[in-house]
Design a protein around this ligand. Structure first.
Ligand SMILES: O=C(O)C(=O)C[C@H](O)[C@H](O)COP(=O)(O)O
Length: 225
């Protein structure tokens, strides 16, 4: 696929990172229906979310992403829209060219690192051990995603920051959308949290979802680093 910079209004990885640090609660979401996805995204935006991760989880994820991309540009231009669940460079490049502001992986692969570096797109690979964090950082990770964080707990993050005090960590997988849980994670030194299933468990009432999110965002503003 040829790269046409005119069609890709990119935001440099450094700026993306600083915007993630400013609004460090990231919904992690997939739905096959565009309108449903737009409504969820819009409720998140209303609640104060400024960084949203759509995941590459279904056959039509690319098509839904491109429509969401257009929707965000039109309706919430100060929101970053990234793509998650990326396993290979081909998919990473396709989503980058379709306007992904950042790329998240459940794992760490050097080919995805290279393509993100090429386009200067923030890359957040999935890691668990210190060895994995070390390699991901050497490959250029803007931030690492510790997954599945829920089974490890905040003490794990504190332990990681002993020998690696500077590494920026986002936690996802089993992160609970409560003030108590977020207090624990941010207290342990995470730079961002990603939340999927539990945040959207009961999202039939979009106003209630926006309300829950805005309470979390207000709390996180007081505890983020
Ligand atoms: O697809 C990816 O890139 C992942 O690594 C998985 C996501 O981070 C989780 O699906 C979110 O976890 P929950 O909040 O427990 O739903």
């Amino acid at each position: 696929m040829p790269f046409d910079t005119d069609n890709v209004p990119q935001i440099a990885s450094k700026e993306v990172l600083s915007r993630v640090l400013q609004a460090p609660v990231i919904p992690v979401f997939y739905h096959a229906d565009v309108e449903y996805a737009q409504n969820i995204l819009s409720a998140c935006y209303q609640g104060g979310i400024r960084v949203f991760e759509f995941t590459n989880r279904g056959d039509n994820a690319f098509e839904v992403f491109t429509k969401l991309r257009a929707y965000v540009r039109e309706n919430c231009p100060d929101m970053l829209l990234g793509i998650g669940t990326i396993y290979n460079a081909k998919d990473a490049e396709a989503f980058i060219l379709a306007g992904a502001d950042f790329v998240v992986q459940p794992i760490t692969t050097a080919d995805v690192a290279a393509i993100c570096r090429h386009y200067d797109i923030a890359w957040v690979p999935g890691v668990m051990t210190l060895n994995e964090i070390f390699h991901a950082t050497r490959l250029g990770a803007a931030m690492v995603k510790i997954f599945p964080a829920g089974v490890l707990g905040p003490d794990y993050i504190k332990a990681v920051h002993g020998p690696m005090p500077k590494v920026k960590v986002m936690v996802t997988g089993g992160v609970e959308p409560t003030i108590e849980s977020l207090g624990g994670w941010f207290g342990a030194g995470v730079s961002a949290v990603g939340m999927g299933s539990q945040l959207f468990k009961d999202s039939s009432d979009l106003d209630a979802l926006a309300g829950r999110i805005s309470e979390l965002m207000a709390f996180v503003d007081t505890v983020k680093k």
